[in-house]
Structure formats: structure tokens, C-alpha cells
Design a protein around this ligand. Structure first.
Ligand code: ADP
Ligand code: ZN
Length: 429
């Protein structure tokens, strides 16, 4: 199902012509921001010098730090009286970034979310529980307006009050839900404890943080739903920049509103399809806060194969942020890889934590994992066998020796928004 078939399936020359026209307009809009006036002047460039899409490589990158440098309103290209809303990032990696929206920006964002939700089969007949945080975080409001635009019955439940959330799903006959995967997992666990099977719930959208295929399998089994990955960030309006379609073979990034590049984060060289690197996005129609070649810090790649649904470019699942990557005794590991391994082992429960320590000048990775109650016999011998199995599986997949500590079900933290599962204690050593 399409929300805007013409834009969603635009290809070839038609797409390039549109992207180029919008790129030039974006450069002109960016020229109203002092930071960009300076950046463009430094390289002696104006919109008139951009004649092909590849000319974008002449433009310097923008980093999160650049935006933080403009705190609070230095990155706006319009006067505040034209800004109708402000959000900020969650500040996972430092000072939050302030994002402003004109009415036109909000309309475009709503259009994207409506496309995404339609793409996964939702219609005005759905009852949609929006369990992402409302407030400065873009998740709640972003989805809210898109779902309303389609005409769904929207329940702005936000996060927290999990028992009430589960009761509402049952009592209101909720058919679709949106949450972070961490919160989805917590909700599934709690529903099981309450003996609720949530039979009306059919579709879930999970995003705002990395999650793995094994996590998907597990949540889908627990909730009896089909689930879809949703990617976005405040700098690109919020959620909805890229989304899975019903094929679930990658994240379609909306090519009429975002121009995408992948670069090697160290050399800044542009990489081709199939090569993993850092995602760089130039939004093509932003008014209040235009950005040029924004380094998202997220690791992914452009997929080579075309999707059978007829829409354009797809990104691979986001592995994590460049700065999430742990280098343990020379081996690169993302928390999402650990999650993938753990969720594939039946005895391991749904919560885990990762600790990094430095012992005798060597990095040590310790994983605390909960054991599912049905496997928690209390017998030391059984526990030792499970522990051995986890260590071996982690070793096979990550080529890394880890320490594994097993803990009882319910003893590790649960997260309502984005999870913080990695604790680096090396600084303290
Ligand atoms: P902050 O950068 O402070 O966390 P945001 O709330 O804007 O602020 O979060 C955006 C970031 O969340 C993305 O850059 C990415 O790292 C992460 N993210 C969002 N959706 C996904 C997803 N589906 N998979 C993996 N990571 C995601
Ligand atoms: Zn598709």
C-alpha cells in the first residue's frame, strides 16, 4: 500500500532532477545560517556551482558538534516567529541539539510518518497505541501526527505505567503499537506475567535504538505480532526518515526528502553500495534547520538489491553509532551484536548488561544476563553449563573471550525509552 505512490516510487532521471533541484534550494536556505555562510565561503561555493548530485562532495560535512556549537538557536535559517515547534535530541552523546520546525517542516514530517505506517499495512481502521515518549523527544509527537493523518484511532499513551498500557491494549482492542524495542520487550514480559495474550495486537513498530533480528523473533513470539524497524533522528525531523516495508529486507529511506551518502568515518571517503560505513544525510526540503552533509554517526550501508515493493533505496539495519563501537583487545564489537547472540540462546532471558573494565592493562568484557525462570533450577551444575554455552556462542560469533555472569530473572534494569546497557568502567580503573 502506498501513501504517495508518485514520490515513493520515483526513479532514475526524474528522481535525480528532483534531488538536484531540492539540493540547490537547500544550499540557498543553509546560506541564511551564519555557520553555513562561513563554511561555504571557506570552500568558495554557492548553489550555482552544484550542477550534478556528485558535486555535493565539494561541500564540507556538518557534525553534531557543529550543531551543539550553535546552541540554542544558532542553526536556524528562519526567524523564531516562523518556528512553530522546538524539540531537542535525547542527548545520548553529550549536550542536546535543539531542532526548530516551521509549519512546512511539520507537514513534511507528518507526510513521512503517514507513508511509513501505510507502507506496513496500517489504515484508518487501526487502533494505534503510541508508547514512545511525548515531550522534547521527537518520538511521541512525530508518530502521533502521522497516525492521525491516516485517520487511525490514536492513543497517546507515551511511556511508563506499563500495567495500564497492557490493560488498554486489551480493553480498547488495540491493533498496532509503537515503542522502543527495549520497552516492547518489557511490555511483552509483563503481559506474560499478567497472563494477558493481547489477541487484537497485530502490528508493532520498533525503533529509536538498535535491535537485532533475534530480538525481533523473540518479541514477535511473545506478543504474537509482526514488527517493523523504524529509523530516524531529531536532526531529520525525528522518527520516520527510514522504515521497513512489508518485505522487511531493509529500511527504505525517503529519497525525495533525504540525500544519502555512506563514508568511511576515518578517511571520509565516499563508499559504494554494500560497503558499511557512516551514514551522511542531506535533508532536501527542510526550512527551519537546513543541514548539509550531516554526519549521523550511525553505521549502516546502502543495499545493492532493489526491493520488490517498487520503492527506492534501502539501508541495512543500523548496527549502532560509530561511538558505540567497543574495541576489546583489538576486536570491534557493537552492543547490538552481543544482543543478537544472547537473544538467540533460549535459556537467556530478556535483560542484559555489558561492562567494560581494564584489568592488568587488558580490556575485559563482562556480560550479565538474566536466566529465564523456567531454566533457573538453582543447581550450580546447570548454571555452569548454561554459562559455558553462552561464553562459547559469544566466542564463536564475536571471536572474543568474555566473562559471563548469570543472574536471576527480574534483577537487571528495564528501560522505558532508549536502553543504556553498556557501562564502561575503564576510566575509573
Ligand atoms: P540522540 O542522538 O540524542 O539519541 P535522537 O533521539 O534524535 O537523539 O536519536 C537518534 C539516534 O537514535 C539515531 O542517530 C540512531 O543512533 C538511533 N536510532 C534511531 N532509530 C534507530 C533504529 N531503528 N535502529 C538503530 N538505531 C536507531
Ligand atoms: Zn520495499
Amino acid at each position: 500500500m502506498f501513501w504517495n505512490k508518485e514520490m515513493e516510487t520515483l526513479k532514475g532521471d526524474d528522481l535525480q532532477v528532483l534531488q538536484l533541484r531540492r539540493l540547490k534550494a537547500t544550499i540557498r536556505q543553509a546560506g541564511k545560517v551564519p555557520f553555513y555562510t562561513k563554511q561555504l565561503k571557506n570552500v568558495g561555493l554557492s548553489a550555482d556551482d552544484i550542477n550534478t548530485l556528485d558535486d555535493i562532495e565539494k561541500i564540507p560535512f556538518t557534525t553534531k558538534k557543529d550543531l551543539q556549537g550553535g546552541y540554542p538557536f544558532g542553526s536556524l535559517a528562519v526567524p523564531l516567529r516562523d518556528v512553530v515547534r522546538i524539540h531537542t535530541t535525547s542527548g545520548t552523546t553529550g549536550k542536546p541539539t535543539v531542532v526548530g520546525y516551521t509549519q512546512g517542516d511539520l507537514d513534511n514530517w507528518t507526510e513521512l510518518v503517514a507513508r511509513n505506517l501505510t507502507m506496513v499495512g496500517l489504515t484508518r481502521d487501526d487502533i494505534f497505541q503510541n508508547a514512545l515518549g511525548y515531550g522534547l523527544f521527537t518520538g511521541g509527537l512525530g508518530f502521533h501526527y502521522g497516525a492521525e493523518k491516516i485517520g487511525m484511532t490514536v492513543i497517546p499513551s507515551s511511556t511508563g505505567n506499563t500495567i495500564r498500557q497492557i490493560e488498554m491494549i486489551d480493553d480498547f482492542g488495540v491493533t498496532a503499537m509503537n515503542a522502543t524495542p527495549s520497552y516492547g520487550m518489557h511490555l511483552a514480559e509483563m503481559a506474560a506475567e499478567m497472563g494477558r495474550t493481547l489477541p487484537t495486537l497485530k502490528t508493532c513498530v520498533f525503533g529509536a535504538e538498535p535491535w537485532s533480528e533475534n530480538t525481533r523473533k523473540r518479541i514477535e513470539e511473545m506478543l504474537g505480532v509482526r514488527s517493523f524497524d523504524s529509523y530516524g533522528m531529531s536532526e531529520m525531523y525525528g522518527p520516520g526518515a527510514a522504515f521497513e516495508c512489508e518485505e522487511r529486507s531493509g529500511l527504505h529511506i525517503w529519497h525525495d526528502m533525504f540525500f544519502v551518502e555512506i563514508i568511511d568515518p576515518d578517511t571520509e571517503e565516499r563508499l559504494g553500495p554494500g560497503e558499511p560505513g557512516e551514514l551522511v544525510i542531506t535533508p532536501l526540503v527542510k526550512e527551519a534547520m537546513p543541514l548539509l552533509r550531516y554526519r549521523t554517526g550511525d553505521i549502516t550501508m546502502i543495499l545493492e538489491e532493489e526491493c520488490s515493493c517498487g520503492r527506492g533505496a534501502q539501508l541495512d539495519r543500523i548496527t549502532g553509532r560509530v561511538d558505540d563501537m567497543m574495541v576489546i583487545r583489538g576486536i570491534n564489537v557493537f552492543p547490538s551484536q552481543i544482543e543478537h547472540v544472547l537473544k538467540g540462546i533460549p535459556e537467556v532471558g530478556d535483560a542484559f548488561m555489558v561492562y567494560i573494565d581494564r584489568v592488568n592493562y587488558l580490556d575485559e568484557l563482562t556480560i550479565e544476563a538474566e536466566i529465564r525462570p523456567e531454566f533457573f533450577s538453582g543447581e550450580l551444575r546447570d548454571l555452569a553449563l548454561i554459562q559455558k554455552k553462552i561464553i562459547k556462542t559469544l566466542k564463536d560469533v564475536l571471536s572474543l573471550r568474555t566473562n559471563v555472569r548469570l543472574v536471576e530473572h527480574g534483577s537487571l534494569p528495564r528501560f522505558e525509552g532508549k536502553a543504556k546497557r553498556v557501562i564502561d568502567r575503564r576510566e575509573e580503573c
